[in-house]
Write a protein that binds this ligand. Structure first.
Ligand SMILES: [Zn+2]
Ligand SMILES: [Zn+2]
Length: 282
């Protein structure tokens, strides 16, 4: 029942719409947020990039997106706080000054031919990346992916670190990654240490649960524990692409947060401060 949900569940900083690869309009997302008694909502379109145009904003859609979110901010000002953000990929060319907050993510790997392939498109494409860019060595991909993310966060100082271990989306039965392999653990831990100097807030992203029904939240529990030990903080994020899933799997995300030992978590603020902090429910 929505009214019984802990207050920590009533927000999301990670929402996509038809301006990028989402399936709902921005206003449908606001309507869903209101019906689920959200207190704040953040839009995070995939920021402009000069490749893969179906997936992200382009020049024209970026302008339209900003205009529409500002319209919704005004229209719903007395009902819900709406934030204008973007999800900035490592290869994005967007100017972050136009946005109120930034989620930093790595989705793509640069291939030997200069093209870029996403690690979260399909298992087949992930295998192509490993074979053609890393001579079949999955851990070399992990080392590259994590180093890109850690350095990107350190350099760009975003507000939130996006889906830390996205590269495990198609992982099954320790294939292609055994997530306890020393090279894997070292790469992921190194990225968190590097990232921490640029941003102390990481999302617990439950989006893939609603969309694919298989993968657990990002990041996996051992990595989330490491993040807490480093002094990092967390925010629950739905990475929502369809309005009805706006708070889907939030119980799972909160359970993971508790299991990793976090006592408090951020949500997007209701007023002028970007974040406010809430006690993780017992
Ligand atoms: Zn993403
Ligand atoms: Zn996203």
């Amino acid at each position: 029942m929505a009214s019984a949900a802990p207050i920590i569940a009533r927000s999301s900083p990670h929402v996509h719409t038809q301006f990028c690869d989402g399936r709902s309009t921005a206003e449908e997302m606001v309507q869903a947020a209101l019906s689920k008694e959200f207190v704040s909502l953040g839009f995070s379109s995939h920021a402009k990039q000069d490749f893969d145009p179906d997936y992200s904003l382009d020049e024209a859609r970026e302008a339209a997106y900003i205009q529409e979110i500002k319209r919704l901010q005004a229209k719903y000002a007395d009902q819900i706080k709406i934030w204008l953000g973007m999800e900035q990929d490592f290869f994005s060319t967007a100017n972050k000054n136009q946005f109120e907050y930034v989620i930093a993510s790595v989705h793509y790997i640069k291939m030997p031919d200069g093209g870029k392939l996403a690690v979260d498109s399909s298992k087949g494409q992930l295998e192509v990346i490993i074979k053609e860019a890393f001579e079949g060595d999955a851990y070399a991909l992990a080392e590259t992916y994590y180093h890109m993310l850690g350095q990107f966060v350190k350099d760009s100082q975003p507000d939130i670190i996006g889906h830390l271990d996205l590269l495990t989306k198609f992982n099954k039965g320790k294939s292609p990654f055994d997530e306890s392999h020393p090279r894997y653990v070292k790469a992921a831990t190194g990225a968190m240490e590097l990232a921490f100097s640029g941003c102390e807030l990481m999302e617990i992203n439950v989006g893939a649960l609603a969309r694919t029904g298989t993968k657990g939240p990002y990041p996996a529990l051992p990595l989330l524990r490491t993040w807490r030990e480093l002094g990092g903080q967390v925010i629950l994020a739905s990475d929502c692409h369809l309005a009805k899933y706006l708070d889907s799997s939030y119980e799972t995300g909160i359970a993971l947060m508790k299991e990793a030992g976090f006592k408090k978590a951020a949500i997007l603020g209701r007023h002028n401060e970007l974040f406010e902090w809430h006690k993780v429910p017992d």
